[in-house]
Design a protein around this ligand. Structure first.
Ligand SMILES: C[S@@+](CC[C@H](N)C(=O)[O-])C[C@H]1O[C@@H](n2cnc3c(N)ncnc32)[C@H](O)[C@@H]1O
Length: 205
């Protein structure tokens, strides 16, 4: 009996770490399946968070980080005319899937790590990250890169499930703790919006 319980616990732990790894960097058929599942679960979060800002304007250049199969980038590309969206993800499988689903000419997808962005300084008007920032190995370095490629007065939107922030980033349990870190990196005008499940941070350079 004890052996059975032990085996079940071990299996459960292995499954948890496997799914966590997929969430950090989707791969293979399971990754493709997970990304489709995220579209259902996270697109309402994406749409809700984008109602919190009126900053998307004609001709804006947007960087969407950690795009999975690109659903958020496709949505962003429809929000104003002449928008250019660049969607990046560390996972090759994610970018391959995003490119397969792509039908819009104003989106460009690239495999890239947020910690090392291959863009010129001050390239983007808006930078978004949906359900991903808590997975980045070095959040400070990632934010420095975001600051570098964001235009002056440009805006950043991070939105994710509150439970994930609390689990993966316990130092940000209180939004004021994150605000302090952002101020030290020269970001301004921090606002936080919350529902029972979601948190959306908006801040500017
Ligand atoms: C939970 S998924 C969310 C995907 C998508 N934003 C959505 O809402 O469906 C997290 C995504 O962030 C990506 N990611 C994780 N670390 C990253 C990094 N350092 N740079 C870029 N993308 C990263 C993963 O590959 C994965 O596709």
């Amino acid at each position: 009996m004890l052996i059975w319980i032990g085996s079940l616990l071990l299996l459960g732990t292995l499954l948890f770490y496997y799914l966590l790894q997929q969430s950090k960097k989707p791969s293979g058929r399971v990754g493709i399946f997970m990304m489709r599942l995220w579209n259902k679960v996270y697109m309402p979060l994406v749409k809700w968070s984008l109602t919190m800002t009126s900053s998307i304007k004609k001709g804006n250049k947007i960087l969407d980080i950690g795009v999975g199969n690109g659903a958020s980038s496709r949505y962003l590309s429809t929000l104003a005319s002449e928008i250019q969206v660049t969607g990046i993800d560390i996972s090759k499988q994610a970018i391959t899937s995003a490119q397969k689903l792509q039908s819009e000419a104003n989106i460009d997808y690239q495999i890239m790590d947020v910690q090392d962005l291959a863009f010129d300084n001050q390239s983007f008007d808006l930078i978004t990250a949906f359900q991903t920032h808590f997975h980045w190995p070095n959040l400070t370095k990632s934010l420095q890169e975001i600051h570098r490629v964001l235009k002056k007065d440009g805006r950043v939107i991070f939105a994710s499930e509150t439970a994930k922030i609390q689990y993966f980033l316990p130092r940000h349990k209180q939004p004021t703790q994150f605000e302090k870190e952002l101020k030290a990196l020269n970001f301004h005008h921090f606002t936080v919006h919350q529902t029972a499940q979601w948190t959306c941070y908006i801040f500017t350079k």
